[in-house]
Design a protein around this ligand. Structure first.
Ligand SMILES: CC(C)(COP(=O)(O)OP(=O)(O)OC[C@H]1O[C@@H](n2cnc3c(N)ncnc32)[C@H](O)[C@@H]1OP(=O)(O)O)[C@@H](O)C(=O)NCCC(=O)NCCS
Length: 339
């Protein structure tokens, strides 16, 4: 196929037929060579985009000719509230359509759009086998001038954890937890805690090790948090949010679990965070153990929990290690400047 015949167009989020083609291409590319990845139903993918409040998602498809079949997809995330100099592109080409210039055409579309939006930094994430130095996906990102900034490791935990391990860890931690208590909430944090919870949530990315990529705090408003939660719950997801509260009842640590609509799909652990002033009290392990107990109650069918952590986040990796998380693959975050 000649490169000239590849036509890239933007997908309107309410154009269901085209969104389904977009989702099929994304699924095919994302799962290629990664048998552990579940298929995500297109409705759930759509809900994830609709749930975004302070970030604009621009979606593209590439076709073979004007009205030919979809051969690739791309998403471009444009933060609107903070980090407004950043653009996050992901280019996804199913294996059967690779090495024909589809990815390059989609990559150019995301670059052009980012420039038109006045963005000056471009941050892309590439999955790579555990410990690998390089890959064709990294080479693709490099071909757009991006360079490695930092790495995350993606790990998974078989759940429920052994009761004896739970007892052992709690016994070890309890002396450090004096003055704190833990609570889990299903599908929404109560109003009286929400502002403090969202402030804490906004710091997760700021405080995680992210190489040369600086992120500003993105603190969602209570209204946008409620809207996002409602869209996800409507789509059949369950959100389990756990906090550690200090002696004044202020949330000082959090853990977030997202249970997919498909009961067989792994549960995603979105973030775990302990406020700087409250570190050293084993609160990270506390919110994780409490979250896992709530998960066992809410979604007892769950067998696997997956999470991401920066490779140089030693304290968080140590906590995961104690719980029994096993590394699965790495994620290379790449950065470049737009002129
Ligand atoms: C990375 C990906 C998008 C490439 O799609 P593609 O359609 O095969 O890419 P193209 O044919 O347009 O290649 C563009 C450039 O990428 C680089 N590249 C792509 N595949 C490569 C390979 N197998 N080996 C070396 N370089 C490669 C080359 O520089 C190539 O330019 P060239 O053809 O002029 O040499 C596709 O493999 C994919 O979906 N991977 C999984 C998702 C992902 O990691 N996306 C990138 C992160 S945003």
């Amino acid at each position: 196929m000649e490169r000239e015949s590849i036509v890239v167009s933007e997908v309107a989020i309410d154009d269901e037929a085209t969104f389904r083609e977009y989702a099929a291409a994304e699924d095919g590319a994302w799962r290629a060579g990664r048998p552990h990845e579940p298929t995500i139903a297109w409705r759930e993918r759509l809900a994830a985009f609709r749930a975004l409040q302070d970030t604009q998602a621009v979606l593209f498809v590439a076709r073979d000719g004007e009205s030919g079949p979809v051969v690739g997809a791309a998403q471009l995330m444009l933060p609107r509230m903070a980090n407004t100099d950043l653009a996050h592109p992901t280019v996804l080409v199913p294996p059967e359509h690779r090495r024909r210039g589809v990815g390059a055409a989609l990559g150019r579309a995301t670059l052009d759009r980012s420039r038109a939006e006045g963005r000056t930094r471009f941050v892309g994430e590439v999955i790579i086998p555990r410990g690998a130095q390089d890959s064709t996906d990294v080479a693709f990102a490099r071909s757009f001038g991006l360079r490695e900034s930092y790495r995350d490791v993606r790990s998974e935990l078989a759940v429920p954890i052994a009761p004896a391990l739970d007892v052992e860890l709690r016994a070890e931690c309890e002396p450090h937890w004096e003055g704190y208590r833990f609570e889990s909430y299903v599908n929404g944090v109560p109003d009286d805690l929400l502002t403090a919870y969202l402030t804490l949530d906004g710091l997760v990315e700021v405080d995680s090790p992210t190489g040369e990529t600086d992120f500003e705090a993105e603190i969602a408003s209570p209204e946008s948090y409620r809207r996002r939660t409602a869209v996800l719950v409507d789509a059949g997801l369950t959100l389990i949010e756990t906090v550690a509260l200090d002696a004044h009842g202020e949330p000082v640590a959090l853990n977030q679990l997202k249970v997919r609509a498909d009961p067989d799909a792994p549960v995603m652990q979105r973030g775990t965070y302990v406020h700087r002033a409250h570190r050293g009290h084993r609160l990270g392990l506390g919110v994780k153990l409490t979250g896992l107990a709530a998960l066992a109650e809410q979604a007892p069918q769950t067998r696997v929990v997956r999470t991401w952590n920066a490779i140089d986040n030693a304290p968080m990796l140590a906590v995961n290690d104690r719980l029994g998380f096993v590394p699965l693959e790495d994620m290379v975050s790449m950065i470049g400047e737009l002129d």
